[in-house]
Ligand binder design. Structure first.
Ligand code: SAJ
Length: 422
């Protein structure tokens, strides 16, 4: 069987590789010529553990090819971006264009699968009208399903295989054919439903996480006022068998959790009150973090504080800066005219103003270190060495991830977001 994958990003590329590894002939297409040029030379445009080796293996075996146009196939998988507009609505241009691009190639008996995360009803109301242009009877001649990706960057291959999967067809046969296809590499359960429910399931998973994080952030702010360490309180509450509160932090980044809740809010804005409030609560965290930085500087009588930001990626142990709270924090620091440099050991080229490429440079003559991302490697840094390099010795840990004791012992004033006890 032949599969054509539309869109070769964080989802499309690993998914192409998985199918290529499991007996399919796969063709990957992307409209970005640079991406295709690179992939044809077996070079990557994204970072993910294990991706290079896996790509080399399937390309060498002749199982995966690339070009900027789709080709005829038995199965088409659309894995294109579905970003958000300034007005907080889904931009479905790529989904539309991706679907348009396969219209000339889709024939009787084919299966078309959408993997991109989309507002519920997109398959029925946006994709199907485009597929009508094939002239085929969409309920008789071909099969259509939504099978949302649910993998986490950094562990994509493991999660592609191990996670349960949701498959929602426009009819039973579409669902079953899609399940059979993914069963070639998915070890988790594959649950069948209809297309619109599958779209809903994907979006509410991320919305659940966003609302839960907003709750944690609110608890952090309350804790700071009432003499409590929110991290400790949350940890203890989570020993309850039916409680699972997430962690506070400087904001919610990435291209999923900070985006998908809007896909629901957009559909029913007057009903989605809690979802909207949670989203705004998390979006306010970068400004809150900067207010805390300014307050810390004032409490320490620093007239012109110099801040060392550690962490640019939106979460720990990845190089992905998309929608990172760090970027918003930098904007707020600019507005407040607070001096800063930023360093991220995962990002090895200069991508933003004020970025430096070594720990030494970022801490040089700095007063306050602000930890913004929970990279594991931060815990291996030697506070006493860093101290030599700094002016004042304050560390503000927004992710509770560097280990308070070592920094205190080295003579740092250690301050944690959401903690009134320090
Ligand atoms: N964050 C917190 N507190 C927490 C957990 C996360 O502040 O307790 C922040 C992180 O620092 C980060 C953001 O939230 O800035 C999002 O990170 P994440 O690790 O929660 O999620 P993503 O965006 O990398 O991946 C999510 C995953 N969804 C769920 O866990 C429900 C993943 O399974 C999805 O496939 C992915 O979105 C997606 O593509 O939709």
């Amino acid at each position: 069987e032949k599969i054509c994958v539309i869109g070769l990003g964080y989802i499309g590329l690993p998914t192409s590789i998985m199918f290529a590894k499991h007996g399919f002939q796969v063709h990957g297409m992307d409209v970005n010529e640079t991406v295709i040029d690179k992939l044809q030379k077996q070079q990557l445009h994204i970072e993910e553990p294990g991706l290079q080796e896996a790509l080399d293996e399937v390309v060498a075996a002749g199982k995966l090819t690339f070009s900027t146009a789709p080709i005829e196939a038995d199965v088409f998988i659309i894995a294109v971006p579905s970003p958000i507009t300034k007005e907080k609505t889904a931009n479905l241009d790529y989904v539309r264009a991706g679907t348009e691009s396969i219209v000339p190639f889709v024939k009787n008996g084919n299966l078309v699968i959408l993997e991109s995360t989309v507002p519920p009803r997109t398959v029925e109301d946006v994709m199907m009208p485009v597929l009508e242009k094939t002239g085929l009877d969409l309920h008789e001649d071909i099969y259509i399903a939504h099978s949302p990706e649910r993998v986490i960057p950094g562990k994509i291959f493991q999660e592609l295989e191990e996670n349960d999967r949701i498959v929602g067809g426009i009819n039973q046969k579409s669902s079953e054919l899609t399940r059979k296809l993914y069963k070639s590499f998915v070890k988790g359960e594959i649950h069948l439903t209809d297309a619109t429910t599958a779209e809903m399931v994907k979006v509410i998973e991320n919305t659940y996480r966003d609302v839960n994080i907003a709750f944690a952030n609110e608890l952090a702010k309350i804790s700071e006022k009432i003499g409590v360490n929110a991290w400790e309180a949350i940890k203890l509450a989570n020993y309850h068998p039916r409680v699972n509160i997430h962690q506070p932090g400087p904001g919610v980044g990435g291209h999923c959790i900070a985006v998908d809740p809007w896909f629901l809010a957009e559909l029913q804005p007057t009903i989605a009150n809690m979802i909207t409030l949670a989203r705004n609560t998390n979006d306010d965290m970068p400004a809150y973090t900067v207010d805390r930085i300014a307050a810390i500087a004032e409490e320490h009588n620093l007239i012109r504080p110099k801040v060392a930001l550690l962490g640019l990626s939106f979460k720990g142990n990845v190089d992905d800066m998309r929608e990172s709270p760090s970027l918003t924090i930098m904007e707020h620091l600019n507005k407040k005219k607070i001096d800063y440099n930023v360093f991220d050991p995962y990002i090895k080229d200069i991508r933003v103003p004020n970025q430096v490429l070594t720990l030494d440079e970022v801490t040089k003559d700095a007063d306050i270190i602000v930890i913004l991302t929970d990279h594991k490697v931060f815990k291996t840094y030697e506070p006493s060495d860093i101290k030599q390099n700094m002016r004042a010795n304050i560390v503000f840990d927004t992710k509770n991830c560097i280990g308070e004791q070592a920094w205190r012992e080295a003579g740092f004033d250690y301050i944690r977001l959401g903690d009134a006890k320090n």
